[in-house]
Design a protein around this ligand. Structure first.
Ligand SMILES: [Zn+2]
Length: 185
C-alpha cells in the first residue's frame, strides 16, 4: 500500500473536508438568533455561484470575499452588517468589451419580525441609509450577499479610456501646434 494512498485517508484531511462541506451548506441561518448571539460568518465564494450576478458580468471568474455580522441597532432592532468585495468583470457600456471593476460594498440591514413589522420599523427609525427587511428563521445569506453585490454595481460602467480610443488620442497629438513647432526648431 503506497504512502500517498494512506495520506488520502488521513483523518485530519477528512475532517477538513467535512468542515468545508459544513461551510458550504451553512447558507441558511436563523437570522434572529444570528443577531442575538452576535455571530459572524466570513467566507469566499466563487462569482460563478451567484447566478443573478453572473448574468450581469462579462466573465464569471474570480471570487468574492464577504463578511456578515449579526448585532443590534441602537433602537434594539436586530441588524445584519454585510460586506462584500472582489474583482469582477463588467461590460463597458461604450465599447461593449470587458472591463475590470473592484466591487466593494458595505451595508446594514435591520430585521423586522415580519413584513408588517419591517414597515413599522422603517417608519419608526427614519434613517434612509438603513434598509429594513423581514427577518426569518431560515434566511439564505447568499441571497442577501448577492443582492448587496447587485445593488453595488455601477449603473453604466465605462472604461476611463476604451481600448478602441487609441486613434482619437493619436489624432489629438498630431493636431498639437506646439509639438509641430518643437520639431521645426
Ligand atoms: Zn470601453
Amino acid at each position: 500500500m503506497s504512502p500517498l494512498w494512506e495520506s488520502g485517508l488521513n483523518p485530519a484531511i477528512i475532517a477538513g473536508f467535512l468542515k468545508h462541506l459544513a461551510a458550504m451548506s451553512a447558507k441558511n441561518v436563523d437570522s434572529f438568533e444570528f443577531c442575538q448571539q452576535q455571530q459572524q460568518l466570513v467566507g469566499q465564494t466563487a462569482v460563478a455561484e451567484f447566478a443573478r450576478l453572473s448574468a450581469e458580468l462579462a466573465a464569471t471568474s474570480g471570487m468574492l470575499d464577504w463578511t456578515i455580522t449579526g448585532g443590534r441597532h441602537s433602537s434594539g432592532v436586530p441588524q445584519l452588517s454585510l460586506k462584500v468585495g472582489g474583482q469582477i468583470s463588467l461590460v463597458c457600456q461604450r465599447c461593449l468589451s470587458p472591463m475590470s471593476h473592484l466591487l466593494s460594498s458595505e451595508s446594514t440591514l435591520l430585521l423586522g419580525k415580519d413584513e408588517a413589522d419591517a414597515d413599522e420599523v422603517e417608519a419608526r427609525i427614519e434613517d434612509e441609509s438603513l434598509d429594513v427587511i423581514a427577518g426569518s428563521a431560515s434566511m439564505d445569506l447568499m441571497v442577501l450577499l448577492e443582492d448587496e453585490a447587485l445593488l453595488a454595481l455601477p449603473l453604466s460602467p465605462k472604461h476611463a479610456e476604451c481600448p478602441g480610443d487609441l486613434p482619437t488620442a493619436g489624432a489629438e497629438k498630431a493636431e498639437s501646434p506646439f509639438a509641430v513647432l518643437k520639431k521645426l526648431r
